[in-house]
Design a protein around this ligand. Structure first.
Ligand code: ADP
Length: 481
């Protein structure tokens, strides 16, 4: 149940707290299954009307100065921080992650707004050395126009701000389709954006059936750019749907992150990195270590320490003190983790700790460690997206680079070594968009988050993150009279 203070933050025409008469999506508490609210199920006609509103809003918004846009964004940033606790409560209720992680996510979400508010004033073009002396050649950067975002449930706040902040900084409007499980965080952010004074309809949240809303956004010629975070399968569908209108696309898709611990690593640092990378959000992040490769000489020591740390984790309702592991998002997530464990054990892996769900009527799953995992097992090929640490053994640097790169994914990779030459050598050899060296935490607003191969297109955060919301315009001026 949401208390009155949280309901006030969700004062939006699309939300009701009693079963409504209109077509709606029920939002449930992730830990208890209790109804939290109902959000409107926008149909195709609603989405088309919203696109037109976003177009009108953008035409005016792009005329504001960069400084005005930056100031509005900073006001939004401040309001989010002021309501950090409330936003975290809403996030934990609908998503399930521990309150401490939810608080961290809200701060992280806000950081993108601040970063891109600062960047709004640095959207500089170029003056090119001309070919002919009477010519002047210029490159301007202009807002791409109306944009859309489709976001996942694992970071219900941060995946939205990471997209809309660069859009607003550039002078674009954005239509946002949050995940069905976690629309409340999106609406709360929109309510605060309007309170901060951002013009109406530069941000429009559109809860609804993912196929209907997604397809309408993709097919619209008015929407000039789509940014998506989610699975590679859905990313492929969206790419196809965007082809007829040649829409600009940013895709943050699945990963299958290797985390490599060499014999020369600082073992405690590596264990901390494994715990941070693997068990945050109960293993439900796209940069979670999925394959943990440990070199022969330290395999037993590192495994033992990981098992000890996993034994200290505490599952439960994220609102309770010292809970570190919330529920998984749904039954399918449970089935996936179970199937990876069964397949690995069938092929010779050893269960060191955990291994089963807490109860059949909820979606908590014990933090699990498997040792003696090999490349032929499903967990080597597929992203588990759950609290399963799969520990592989390797002998040489060349062998582990080859194993780490043997995947169609290329999002994040991690390595632990105290040898600087090896850090560079292996860091450069890993075919990934991001490499963490001696750390399991790599995300922040100033870095260029994104993958290569089938993990996606484009970058979010950093000075690169705004480029996808800008068009280049080349102007050639002839000065001869
Ligand atoms: P996950 O496995 O993390 O749920 P998905 O790719 O299924 O990842 O979902 C990410 C987002 O994509 C969610 O907002 C979901 O509603 C949306 N989505 C899922 N299927 C489609 C689709 N066919 N078209 C558009 N959006 C979709």
């Amino acid at each position: 149940m949401l208390d009155q203070q949280l309901k006030n933050l969700l004062r939006h025409t699309d939300i009701t707290f009693q079963a409504p008469s209109f077509d709606a999506i029920e939002v449930k508490d992730a830990a208890t299954g209790v109804s939290l609210a109902w959000v409107k199920k926008h149909d195709r006609a609603d989405v088309e009307a919203a696109i037109v509103r976003a177009e009108h809003a953008q035409a005016l918004f792009k005329q504001q100065s960069a400084l005005q846009r930056a100031d509005l964004m900073m006001a939004w940033y401040q309001l989010i921080l002021k309501h950090q606790q409330d936003l975290a409560q809403i996030l934990t209720a609908e998503q399930g992650k521990p309150l401490s992680e939810a608080n961290g996510e809200i701060k992280y979400a806000a950081s993108f707004i601040r970063w891109f508010a600062e960047q709004a004033r640095r959207i500089d073009g170029d003056v090119i050395t001309p070919v002919q002396s009477q010519q002047r050649l210029l490159v301007l950067k202009q807002a791409i126009g109306v944009t859309a975002a489709i976001t996942p449930w694992n970071f219900p706040a941060a995946m939205i701000t990471r997209k809309i902040a660069p859009a607003l900084a550039a002078g674009c409007s954005m239509l946002i389709k949050p995940a069905e499980q976690t629309p409340l965080s999106a609406y709360a952010l929109e309510v605060l954006a309007m309170q901060a004074g951002l013009p109406r309809d530069v941000m429009i949240t559109l809860s609804g059936d993912s196929v209907d809303v997604g397809q309408t956004l993709c097919e619209s010629p008015i929407v000039r750019k789509l940014s998506f975070t989610g699975s590679t399968e859905v990313g492929r569908i969206l790419m196809q749907q965007c082809a007829p209108t040649i829409k600009k696309l940013s895709l943050e898709l699945g990963g299958n992150a290797p985390l490599i611990v060499f014999d020369d690593a600082n073992i405690e640092q590596a264990v901390k990195g494994i715990m941070n990378s693997k068990y945050r959000n109960s293993g439900q992040t796209c940069v979670c270590a999925n394959r943990i490769y440990i070199q022969d000489g330290v395999y037993d020591a590192v495994s033992q320490r990981v098992i000890e740390e996993v034994a200290k984790l505490k599952m439960g309702d994220g609102r309770l003190a010292d809970v570190t592991q919330g529920p998984l998002i749904d039954e399918d997530a449970i089935i996936k983790v179970q199937s990876h464990i069964e397949d690995a054990i069938d092929q010779g892996a050893k269960l060191a700790i955990g291994g089963k769900r807490l109860a059949p009527d909820n979606t908590f799953f014990e933090p699990t460690v498997l040792t003696h995992v090999t490349q032929s097992m499903r967990v080597a090929r597929e992203e588990t997206f759950g609290p399963l640490a799969a520990l592989f053994r390797f002998k040489t640097e060349d062998e582990v680079i080859q194993m780490a790169n043997a995947t169609e994914f290329g999002l994040a990779a991690y390595l632990f070594s105290q040898n600087t030459a090896r850090q560079w050598r292996v860091g450069e050899a890993l075919e990934y968009g991001m490499v963490g060296i001696n750390t399991g935490l790599i995300s922040n607003e100033a870095s260029s988050f994104g993958g290569i191969k089938q993990s996606g297109l484009g970058r979010e955060g950093s000075q690169y993150g705004i480029e996808d919301y800008l068009e280049l315009k080349y102007m050639c001026i002839d000065l001869s009279e």
